[in-house]
Design a protein around this ligand. Structure first.
Ligand code: M6R
Length: 614
């Protein structure tokens, strides 16, 4: 989703901004632009529809001399992707240029009021309304830019991260946030701004996470100042950015997605490190231990998430119920927030989000907190909004996930849920110690077993050629394999644009079975678990209707081999750990089908990595 970069300092402003925009490309966007303030105070805005490389081409013959600048990648919400709707937006008098992520909900009201004062608008965006409002206040009140921004933001309803520069004020950026991420990087006599730390990681690892309702005053030669919407100064907490530049590179792989799939043995090891100790006898999750009483006394757990994180949450439900005996519900965050949920102080709400910035999940957290629930976060991005907004939590620690299609974050989330369930079971005594040790011991072997599963790569690549031009796919699973089926279908549809549906296998006969014919491949996730015999009959039902079957089975399975058209054998693990293994071939299958179709797997159309608007 939209990304912001900013820079004030003695380096090449243009280079910092353009390279910063390239780093933010993974978030998804459809146009890009920048505003540069020259040493003499001139303000220039350059923008272009499409890729950052289009902006680079556009800027090739422009005046790029600058001491400060802001830049933006836009993911269209109000108004189509176009040069004119791209950010930054000028105020009508050309004195200000502003970039903005998020949505100004009352923009029409503000626009009408400004129009009555004679303001003219040139774009369909809510962002132009914000810059015009700031400029109207600045000129009417004859005040400093920072005061105009503060006054304007007090009138705005909605979500934003914004940055604004001013003609004649060559070394200042004013930036602010509410429900949309914004990070300031502190260098030596230079200051950076980003939607996350990726645009400036090579320059500094000192960061300040701007909080909701804070305004950052960035001035060359002066320390960063944070003020709140009432105008009082707030404390600046400098943190260390947990990110390295090699994590942002493809490391020899053709795509981030493939790199991230193959990284999983390492990311799972990183996630386990220091958490499963003494060979599996103890599970240490500080986020759980520090709030033991909450977990011991919980009436119910409600998990809120979106997309892939929601699928991981369905597995979290099974793990927590099976191991801890606590009732668990899983809700789409977008539905939960508008459902008038009944929550009591003895409920625990777990919010799951790779990016830690998903707007619906953040809103669900606020509702849960307002009703007195204890809120626990499961996130990947250190310092993101969700870990900061929750009472406690666990990072999945799988490193930056750049590919839009979530892979290593999914297995990281499932792993964290498994460790959480074991940790809670240990403090509750809901599982026998020997059973905890058996599962935890196997978890320690999971990274190696994932590595073994990845050896299916070449078989899957060959298999993908047979199904590249299928128009529909069905994914079926039962028990722990049902959320894996949902996730497999999502992976395929989001990067190959093939319609795919995930279903609990037994539900097939209540409708989807009508779809089955020789044109409809069915992927069946059928490891040897307590539902194995049941799924064998589902395989037979598909076969007897002429459907072609790709089955993910446990090594040595002969029964399904005789029924399916293709089998992919995976290592045998305890039932509750099967998703960590069976999801791997599905990730590879969707990757290769999309590649065969020539799709951009890392940046699929219309999708954003970090969904910071509703
Ligand atoms: O950052 P989050 O985990 O909160 O994102 C939620 C979804 O947008 C995300 O999981 C999405 O479904 C994936 N990109 C799919 O691969």
């Amino acid at each position: 989703m939209c990304g912001i970069v900013g820079y004030v300092g003695g380096g090449s402003v243009y280079n910092v901004l353009i390279n910063g925009l390239k780093r933010l490309e993974y978030r998804g966007y459809d146009s890009a632009g920048m505003a540069l303030v020259s040493p003499g105070g001139d303000l220039h805005v350059y923008k272009a529809k499409g890729k950052v490389s289009n902006l680079e081409d556009f800027c090739a013959d422009k005046n790029l001399e600058a001491v400060a600048g802001i830049a933006h990648t836009r993911w269209a919400t109000h108004g189509e992707p176009s040069d004119s709707n791209a950010h930054p937006h000028y105020s009508e008098d050309g004195e200000l240029a502003l970039v903005h992520n998020g949505t100004i909900e009352n923009y029409q009201l503000l626009k009408d009021a400004l129009a009555q004062h004679g303001c003219k608008f040139h774009t369909e965006t809510d962002t132009e309304v914000l810059v015009q409002l700031i400029e109207y206040i600045r000129t009417t009140n004859e005040c400093e830019l920072v005061d105009a921004v503060r006054e304007a933001l007090n009138q705005v309803v909605g979500a934003y991260a914004m940055a604004v520069v001013e003609k004649g004020n060559p070394d200042t950026i004013i930036a602010a946030r509410k429900s949309s991420p914004l990070v300031v990087g502190i260098g030596d006599d230079e200051t950076f701004l980003g939607s996350d730390g990726t645009p400036f990681i090579e320059y500094t690892n000192k960061v300040v996470y701007v909080d909701d309702d804070q305004i950052a005053v960035i001035k060359r030669g002066e320390p960063l100042k944070l003020i709140n919407l009432k105008g009082s100064e707030e404390k600046v907490n400098v943190k260390k950015l947990e990110l390295s530049i090699t994590q942002l590179e493809k490391g020899g792989y053709p795509h981030f997605m493939l790199k991230e799939i193959f990284e999983q043995p390492n990311t799972l090891t990183d996630s386990i490190r220091g958490r499963i100790v003494e060979g599996g006898r103890r599970i240490i999750l500080n986020g759980v231990m520090d709030h033991k009483d909450k977990f011991l006394n919980a009436n119910r757990i409600i998990i809120v998430a979106c997309g892939t994180s929601w699928h991981a949450s369905l597995l979290g439900k099974q793990l927590l119920q099976d191991m801890c005996g606590i009732p668990v519900e899983v809700e789409y965050a977008s539905e939960f927030r508008y459902s008038n949920p009944v929550i009591t102080p003895r409920d625990i709400v777990i919010a799951v989000s790779q990016s830690g910035e998903t707007a619906d999940t953040l809103a669900a957290i606020q509702i849960a907190k307002s009703k007195g629930a204890f809120v626990y976060g499961v996130s990947n991005v250190v310092g993101a909004s969700i870990p900061r907004e929750t009472h406690s939590g666990t990072y999945i620690h799988v490193g930056p996930e750049i590919g839009v299609a979530s892979t290593k974050a999914f297995t990281g989330q499932v792993l964290v849920f498994t460790m959480m369930a074991l940790a809670i079971a240990q403090i509750k005594g809901s599982m026998e110690q020997k059973d905890i040790e058996a599962v935890a011991g196997c978890l320690l072997r999971i990274p190696d077993l994932v590595k073994e599963t990845l050896r299916l790569n070449d078989d899957i690549q060959r298999l993908s050629l047979i199904y590249t031009y299928a128009r529909n796919f069905l994914y079926l699973g039962r028990g722990y394999s049902y959320p894996v089926a949902l996730e497999g279908a999502l992976k395929l549809k989001e990067i190959s644009y093939i319609h795919a549906e995930g279903y609990p296998a037994a539900e097939m006969k209540h409708g989807p079975i009508a779809l089955i014919d020789s044109e409809m491949p069915t992927v069946i996730i059928a490891p040897k678990d307590h539902l194995y015999e049941k799924i064998v009959s589902n395989v037979q039902q598909v076969k007897s209707r002429g459907g072609s079957i790709i089955a993910i089975v446990t090594k040595g399975d002969t029964t399904i081999r005789e029924l399916a058209n293709h089998v992919l054998e995976v290592p045998d693990v305890p039932e509750c750990l099967t998703p960590l293994i069976t999801s791997i071939p599905l990730q590879l299958l969707s990757y290769y089908i999309a590649i065969n179709k020539g799709k951009n797997v890392d940046m699929p159309r219309n999708l954003a990595k970090s969904v910071t608007v509703e």
